[in-house]
Design a protein around this ligand. Structure first.
Ligand code: FAD
Ligand code: 2HG
Ligand code: ZN
Length: 468
């Protein structure tokens, strides 16, 4: 392997072949997976990525692509063999071009999501992908995981925001699909193979992203309910009244909000008495604030009159809107501080969410006395984070041993609703085995054929997404 490392140094320069001080690259955000790579390689541009991939192919060295390392499923973490390399895309962070009239932005894979949002705003445009990790996740990672976030209701998943891609294939060739077209029916749309492939089919090096008109007006409210059914009714009402101006609808159980208040003590108490369920909602519009406020307020009044909402706080300033959003955005981190939890990132049809929750909660409570389900997520998309924290008195390692049983309780019900066992985070090495339990064998087989066709040596992120 000395020869391999010497050749890597010749391509990337001594400073960008790391073999020591690797801590930032070898453990995932949750601290759940840790590996031991041969080296961390940090190419500067597409040509260096291509040369590095060719070198790895020649030496039979497996590659683990890594962006901001905020993924939830250990997809960017190397295994413990010491034989894999982590390929960090962080240095590919250039903006190649922006075309406001075409409403497109062409960026390299290592650009941080928040920087892309800011650049779009500078040009009076919106790049709508928005999620809690936006300060550190990279667009290449977002595309590789087909990330969702909090504005899918209006703008779709990452897949809907990508017009073109540049990908380094497993043999080191550069596949240029960087077209900035909204219409192009010239054969299979190959970019969609790579979007959501979790780095298992090739290395994404650049992308053409869709931009939208900047919403100059925004209205945000936090509503309280007794049941998720009421929240669902409110969703129908708000969408009916506001149409496409309605952009976010996030559900939170009381336990989720209480968890945030415990670990972020500055979080304000929003209501005098606790409520079982909450929703954070947002409407945005490119036109005037007054008109949006009036329409938002009118819709909420209808909801109050009809008894759909039990209580509501409407943000009266941008600062208060941020404060309300922080309650939602901090749940993941708060639960992380609370100790390891068994995560489920599930989707069922939106209309089925209340019945799904009503079915699963009693099953968990019957199985584990004092269990603490933290239920929240993107109700507008039918996507819940059904994260089960350990019951009082249990140790974290003891609770982790229950993972298969807890998964079966939740995911068997998901399957009955014809839902998804991973709605937005992907599979990585955390959820890939569920493929064999919950996907039809033929679907898994076709995926294996795609993998075999694009990566015959099996060197691109092996054993992620597809189980052995
Ligand atoms: P990484 O973690 O580095 O990698 C993720 C996967 O993509 C790995 O399989 C990796 O091999 C592959 N990959 C990375 N870059 C490339 C590339 N250039 N080419 C090929 N493969 C690549 N996710 C959501 O969907 N919605 C949310 O609301 C959300 N909220 C989050 C909140 C917090 C606090 C945190 C920590 C995470 C959240 N996530 C969410 C998960 C995570 O942020 C997303 O999955 C994100 O898209 C990952 O980007 P990354 O750059 O960190 O990728
Ligand atoms: C969110 O919506 C993220 O906050 C993270 O997808 C969910 O931590 C989680 O399980
Ligand atoms: Zn989410």
């Amino acid at each position: 392997m000395t020869e391999f490392l010497d050749e890597a140094r010749a391509i990337l320069g001594e400073a960008h072949v790391l073999t020591t001080d690797l801590a930032a690259y070898v453990t995932d955000w949750r601290g759940k997976f840790t590996g031991q790579p041969l080296a961390v390689l940090r190419p500067a541009d597409t040509a260096q990525v291509a040369a590095t991939v060719r070198l790895c192919a020649a030496h039979g060295v497996p590659i683990v692509p890594q962006g901001g390392n905020t993924g939830m499923c250990g997809g960017a973490t190397p295994d413990g063999s010491g034989a894999q390399v982590v390929l960090s895309l962080s240095r590919l962070n250039r903006v190649r071009s922006i075309d406001p009239l075409n409403n497109t932005l062409t960026v390299e894979a290592g650009c941080v999501l928040q920087a892309i949002q800011a650049l779009a705003a500078e040009h009076d445009r919106l790049f709508p992908l928005s999620l809690g990790a936006e300060g550190s996740c990279q667009i290449g990672g977002n595309i590789a995981t087909n990330a969702g976030g909090v504005q899918v209701l209006r703008y779709g998943n990452t897949r809907d925001l990508v017009l073109g891609l540049e990908v380094v294939l497993a043999d080191g060739q550069v596949l240029n699909l960087l077209r900035a077209l909204r219409k192009d029916n010239t054969g299979y749309d190959l970019k969609h193979l790579f979007i959501g492939s979790e780095g298992t089919l090739g290395i994404i090096t650049a992308a053409v992203l869709k931009l939208f008109p900047a919403p100059h007006a925004q209205a945000v409210a936090f509503a309280a309910f007794k049941t998720p059914q009421q929240a669902l009714q409110l969703l129908g009402l708000m969408r009916g009244q506001l149409g496409d101006r309605f952009t976010a609808f996030e559900l939170m159980s009381q336990a989720s909000v209480a968890m945030v208040r415990r670990y972020f003590p500055a979080t304000p108490a929003l209501f005098g008495t606790p409520h079982a369920w909450h929703v954070l909602m947002q409407a945005s519009d490119a036109s005037g604030q007054q008109a949006l406020d009036a329409a938002f307020q009118a819709a909420l009044e209808v909801a109050l009159e009809q008894g759909i909402i039990d209580d509501v706080v409407v943000a009266t300033s941008e600062a208060q809107a941020h404060e309300l959003w922080a309650v939602r955005e901090n749940i993941s981190e708060a639960q992380q501080h609370d100790g390891s939890n068994i995560k489920h990132d599930i989707a069922v049809p939106v209309s089925g969410v209340p019945a799904f929750i009503d079915e699963v909660l009693p099953l968990l409570q019957a199985a584990y006395e004092g269990v603490r389900p933290i239920v929240y997520g993107h109700l507008g998309d039918g996507n819940l984070h059904f994260n089960v924290s350990r019951p009082a008195g249990w140790t974290t390692p003891g609770w982790q041993l229950e993972t298969d049983r807890v998964n079966a309780i939740v995911l068997d019900v998901v399957a009955r609703y014809q839902g998804s066992f991973s709605a937005e985070h992907g599979l990585g090495q955390l959820k890939n085995h569920e493929m064999l339990l919950y996907k039809a064998p033929l679907e898994v087989d076709v995926m294996r054929r795609v993998k075999q066709a694009l990566d015959p040596q099996g060197l691109i992120n092996p054993r992620k997404l597809l189980p052995d």
